[in-house]
Structures are given as C-alpha cells and as structure tokens.
Write a protein that binds this ligand. Sequence first.
Ligand code: GDP
Length: 440
Amino acid sequence: MFDNLTDKLDKAMHVLKGHGSITEVNVADTLKEIRRALVDADVNYKIAKEFTATAKEKAIGQGVLTTLKPGQLLTKIVKDELTELMGGSVEGMNLSGNPSIILMSGLQGSGKTTFSGKLANYLKTKKSKKPLLVACDIYRPAAIDQLHVVGEQIGVEVFSNRDEKDPVKISEAAIAYAKQNGFNAVIIDTAGRLAIDEQMMKEIADVHAAVKPHETLFVVDSMTGQDAVNTAKAFNERLNFDGVVLTKLDGDTRGGAALSIKSVVDKPIKFIGTGEKMEAIDVFYPERMADRILGMGDVVSLVERAQEQFDEEEARKLSKKIAKNQFGFDDFLSQIQQIKKMGNMKDLMGMIPGAGKMLKDVDIDDDAFKGIEAIIHSMTIEERTQPQVINGSRKKRIAAGSGTSVTEVNQLLKQFDQMSKMMKMMQGGKGKAMMQAMSK
Ligand code: GDP
C-alpha cells in the first residue's frame, strides 16, 4: 500500500533530518520534493500545491528554522496535513432506521458487489445486525448470481427478482420483505456501467429518491487514479452520497485517489477494501493512514487486530502450560495460526513502525510460515510435547519429511527454545525487568 509514495516522502524529508543548519532554502526544497511525490502519486496538482503551501506556512509559523529537530517537526506538520487532506476525524456510518437502508453506487468493476458482501458480513459479525442483500442489477444476470454466491459464503440472505425489470420496484419489494422478516439492515447493490452514462445515473437516482437511504456509499477502485476523482464528482452531483469506499488498496495503487477524493467532493472515506476475501474490509481512519503513508506504522490497528483474534480461554490455558513448562510445538503451531488469522503478512508488517520500509523489497507472503508448519507437522507427538528428545537422527528424519534441511530444523528448535525461555520469564513476573533490559 502506497510503497512508492512512502519512499519518496521519506527521501524528501531525509534531507532535513540530518541537517545541521536549516535554511529557508532547504525547507522550500524539501516541500517541493514533497509536492512532486504527491503529484507522482496521482494527487491532483492543485491539491498538492495547496498542501505544500499550507505546510510551508505552518513550518514557518511553528519555527522549523529554529528548532533543534526540524525533520521531526516537519514530519509532524506533513502528517497533520495528510490527515486533514484525507478527512480529519473519523466518520461513522448512519445505521438509524429499522431497517437501515444502505445504497451502493459506483461503476462496474469497482468492487461494488464484493464490498456489499463485505459490508453485510461486517454488520452481521461486528454490529450484530441482521442484513439483507438486494440484487438490483437488471441487465447482467451474472451480477445477480455473483451476489447470491457472496451471500451464501457469509450466510446472509439475498433478495432478487429476475422477472422484474424496474430497480425501484425491486428495492421497494426488498424493503417490505425485510420489514416482514425481521431484517434490520438492507444493502442494495445497484447496476454499474463501465463508464458514466445518463441512463445508469437516472436509474440509481430514481432508486435513491424512492427508498431514501440512510446511507449512500460510493464505491471506487483506488487503482484508477485521477479517474476515480472524476467519477466521484459525477456520482456526487446526482446522489449527494454520504461516504466513499476505496477498494483494492491492497494492490499497487499510487494512492492519489485516497488523497484527493475528500477535498474534491468533500465527503469522507468511510471504508477501505484490502483484498478479495470477505474479511478484507477496514474502517478508514485518516490519521492511521497518514502514519502508514509516512512509514510510521499503524500500531493501533495492529493491536486491534490482535485483540479481535484474542481468545481469553485459550490464553488462560496457554499461560498454565507455560507455568508448568508444558509449552510445546502444538501450542506454537496454534499461535502461528492465530497470527495468520490477523491478515495478510505484508499488510501486518506495514503496521509496524519502520518495518514497512525495511521490508519493502522482501517478498513476504502468506506462506511465510509454511516451512515452520511443515517441520512441526513432521514431528511425532512425543517430539512436539518434549522437544528435548529431538536428537541428530530425529532431526534428519524431520528435515526429510518436511522437505527442509537439518539447519532449518535446528534454527526452529533454537527459536522455540528462546521463545519458551522468554515466555517463562514474562510469566515469572520478570516481564518488567526484561522489557527494561530490552529497551536499553
Ligand atoms: P462490481 O462490478 O463493482 O460489482 O465489482 P466486483 O465486486 O465484481 O469486483 C470486481 C473485481 O475486483 C473482482 O474480481 C473482485 O474480486 C475484485 N475486488 C473487489 N474488491 C477488491 C479489493 O479490495 N482488493 C482486490 N485485490 N480485489 C478486489
């Protein structure tokens, strides 16, 4: 996500970081580099220019020239500006109404159907709602099928009527059905076209006028750069939508859309899509995104993801095992599984301050643990619970069985040993002392 932009901004600001004497000239140069980085990332030129003009004013106002750490101060100014550019404070979603009616709009291929499913799943699992998905694409039967597939995947009912050719009637029937059957959220997936066209606009505007949604979301593919901004403008003029959903942020996007949409249509980005899976949805937090763009990581999101996966019962069992010195490879394996559930590895790494930059060229994929898992799977139950029995010949057998080498097996055994010792120390109330030792 935003690798290129992060890299360029880092280079631009690096000049100031190590500089002994800061002059107005090198602050101006740095800001010029920042502007160039933004334009390269597909941010509208006018917005980029305003961005650096404001940053410059703030830099002078806050005394960048006289501070001891100009790089740090400028980074903070740029971060605040980026946050502001992407929308400032976090906006929630309007879920009032029973049912709450959510209308999805956007071009074909933007990820509207996928996102409708993600949102239904999010409302069901995170907001304890009972959502109903509505297929309103009267032109492409395949689109209706696609929504049914998605609905089945997440266990959410899909309302459709292949004989009805008026999307207003379908939506109204769906809402009536929802009321009769206790659904408290209705997500209407509308037809999209490959480009803006009047008939499509009229159609969705009619649905909008008829169902009066509590929340109208505009879905846009972040890979489309400046086009995304133009499409957003056109949809906003007709629908006056409430928020934007940026999809495909997991791809190689240059990020310009994320940075420009808010200031062009003055509507907040509410969600982002970061993959094809139903779980790949995130609430959009401008400040956290600014941190990530500046390579400062996103520890808050990382901790939240960890908390979501945290199972108190499991943790209690684990801590008992550690206390009794019974922590084995099976427990190690289940820890790995928990980490994997937190999401895509590269995405997680990007949330660790500084790590994103360091690991940018390293190919981390979800198979990162494959070797480790294979080694553990090749161990006998005895070896997993009592790793000390693993001698030379056992190591050879494990390596052969897992398609790895004895060196890799040794490495894992060593890591496991270190980890067990560390856990023991943390358990024994020495955690604080250890943390202090580590931070020195
Ligand atoms: P629609 O025509 O707007 O309904 O778009 P679809 O939901 O059918 O999505 C178009 C394509 O984009 C599909 O292949 C999806 O799997 C893919 N897609 C949707 N959202 C994301 C995302 O956040 N990341 C990635 N990588 N692909 C996505």
